[in-house]
Design a protein around this ligand. Structure first.
Ligand SMILES: Nc1nc2c(ncn2[C@@H]2O[C@H](COP(=O)(O)OP(=O)(O)OP(=O)(O)O)[C@@H](O)[C@H]2O)c(=O)[nH]1
Length: 203
């Protein structure tokens, strides 16, 4: 177990004027779905967002079973790496699982696996085939990754892969992922069309 960190500080420009984090996805705010998927495999939740999102996010988490902390970005719009840094700084456990707020199919069994897989490293990061490193669906040693993000941000880096260069991380490949989760665990919803398609599957 460890803290769950949910990133929600983006502007959801592809979604439209509404904040996708708290947008209704088949009757439940999307971010609450992500939180609910993490509830049994993490013992505390940190939600990273901008100050103007806090009230709506608090409403979305009313009645959540675990302790929850909202960690606001000191400066908004610095990108997901800044959000990971802010979220991990608020973690109380040594290792934490980071998820984007737009991954409503995140698979608890894989979360648990990544948290245990990270134990002898600084991070466990999934990668499907030779695709992107799934840095917003990964487990990190909180202090090490927060420090690495800090350094990368100071160096002007924006890509979340940059801080990994300074960490001892293990790549969790597709075969290993498939032992624990279907690949929609990584699916992130960016547009209204993707939302509607997800509603059909959830319904
Ligand atoms: N703290 C913080 N988080 C961010 C920022 N930009 C994106 N994120 C988060 O990173 C994750 C992935 O971002 P995207 O899927 O691109 O989301 P987005 O930036 O809100 O969406 P678009 O504007 O449509 O690209 C989401 O959980 C976002 O909330 C940012 O500037 N600050």
């Amino acid at each position: 177990m460890g803290d769950g960190i949910v990133l929600a500080g983006g502007r959801s420009t592809r979604f439209g004027s509404e904040d996708k984090a708290t947008a209704d996805l088949a009757g439940t705010p999307m971010i609450r779905r992500v939180g609910d998927r993490l509830a049994d495999t993490t013992d505390r939740l940190v939600v990273n967002c901008r100050a103007d999102q806090t009230a709506a996010i608090e409403r979305a988490f009313e009645g959540y079973p675990n302790p929850i902390e909202i960690a606001e970005d000191p400066d908004p719009d610095e990108g997901p790496m800044a959000g990971i840094r802010t979220g991990l700084r608020a973690a109380e456990s040594e290792y934490a699982f980071v998820a984007a707020c737009d991954m409503p199919f995140v698979e608890p069994e894989l979360v648990e696996h990544l948290l245990s897989r990270a134990r002898s490293y600084d991070a466990a990061v999934p990668r499907i085939g030779d695709g992107w490193f799934q840095t917003t669906h990964a487990a990190y040693r909180a202090d090490a990754m927060a420090d690495a993000c800090e350094r990368a941000l100071a160096a002007g880096e924006r890509k979340v892969i940059a801080p990994l260069e300074h960490l001892d991380y293990v790549v969790v490949d597709e075969a290993e992922v498939r032992e624990h989760a279907p690949l929609d665990t990584f699916e992130n919803l960016n547009t209204r069309e993707e939302f509607e398609e997800a509603v059909r599957r959830l319904g």
